[in-house]
Write a protein that binds this ligand. Sequence first.
Ligand code: NA7
Length: 547
Amino acid sequence: MTEHPENTENASSESRINVDALVVGAGFSGLYMLHLLRDRLNLKVGLIEAAPSVGGTWYWNCYPGARCDIPSYHYSYSFSEELQQEWSWSEKYAAQPEILEYLNYVAKKFDLAKNITFNCRVLSAHFIEGPNRWHIKTDDGKQYEAKYFIPAVGTLSDANVPEIPGQQAFEGECYVTGRWPQEGVNFTNKRVAVIGTGATAVQVIPLIAKEADHLTVFQRTPAWAAPLQNKPLTEKDNEEIKENYSALRNQAWNSFGGVPFPNARASALAESQAQRAEHYESCWQEGGFSLWLGSYQDILFDEKANETAAEFVRAKIRERVEDPSIAEKLCPPEDVYYGAKRQPCETGYYEAFNRSNVTLVDVKQTPIQEITPTGLRTTRETYNFDVLIYATGFDAFTGALFRMDIRGRDGQRLKDQWAAGPRTLYGLATHGFPNMFTITGPQSPSVLFNMPLGIEMHCDWIADCIDYMEKNDVGSIEPDKAKEDEWIAHVKEVADTTLLPKASSWYSGANIPGKPQIFMVYLGGGPRYQEIIENSARNGYKGFLLE
Ligand code: NA7
């Protein structure tokens, strides 16, 4: 947690850098927000970025195996036809270096870097009533004054490292996947340990297994991973994609999760076992999220339907893992619903456990007691290794926001206002914090909609809102508290019709000790959500208080 800086009011107004809008973060969302506000609205915009480069999560998560899990041609901006036509993807699911290169290309094409201050963190942002301005302090000693404050800090950007006794005393190399060294890590001849078996670990484990002398994986909950089925994209593939881009984008925008799955069927339970087996197999071969989001619509709603998909995946694990006792350890138990947490996509994950240099340790059965200077001790055994890797996820949705000392009206801290869980209207804004907007924030479709498209949807809405305010001389906007209450209740009501809140996952904050457990994603689907927020805008920002 950042030190609380002294009062922003101390600075004289002359010493503050005046901008119309201050954006935090140069990932997918911050870059597009900057482009819209500066180039479409002609506003004076500053962007503060902690890293030395653009990229956001795609800068920090440069661990081996990091790649997107929806097709690259969907996982990209749609706002510029020229950009779409210029850029070609080398793989169906691009790896981190290529996505980072793409974001650098975007920054260069739209000349964004000149408005970005790199290697700089926002310490505090305080709303000053009366002038309706945000006073923002950064760790390079500068102070900004802005009418609009837009923390585009990402939903999965604040890496979580669990507290484990003794961890400071570890004498080997220690890495966190979400803050991976840019220069890479050499595992040759090293004994390596990975804690975690979530989506990140599933990507990193097969590659480290091939390189390290020995790899020990500490698993608390097994993952329901399905094959990514990645493949290179040829020049011809890229030509076809580019020719059909408008149709592809239309399909994406009109689908529930922002990625089309045209073969999805209504009910697993309405089909015979043979029909199901055939359909699941074809989804498994199709790869990516095909099994999760493109097989049967009821598997995320109905326990019995869910079990049919779970049983299919368990059979696959047993088929691929040679040692039956290891296969059983890798099969999630019955109370862990398939896909109630984002389904990890894998390439050779299960086969990694067939290697003689890989050991799987079940730390639910034999919990980690402490990290020692040379390794780790569970209730049963001591393990020694040279490298320790935390693939232990993120403090999702709120972690990066709370790292800044954000205060709204009456000095109210965001962290206090959200002590019982995030409070937003549409995941875009929060009562008591006027002129502050969040992008793909909690209580929006967020991580369960195609991220780049969801980001565009939000940035477009925010830019239109700011344009409206500027043209109509509106000093401030914030949600009506009663409407916020209604939206929070609605998000819960929709989520409760599904199996997702029943999982212990970062969707509900369950992965962070002490975090309030509230399901944080709006599950009504992208198209329905877009209609709701556009309807509010069309009706003079219904649900918001304008001053
Ligand atoms: P996840 O999905 O939160 O996975 C984190 C993993 O770390 C998971 O297996 C956890 O087990 C494990 N974990 C966390 N704390 C501990 C402790 N204290 N001891 C043992 N194991 C622990 O994060 P990812 O980064 O893999 O994926 C997040 C998203 O990022 C992903 O969906 C993509 O969208 C990108 P648990 O399940 O809590 O028992």
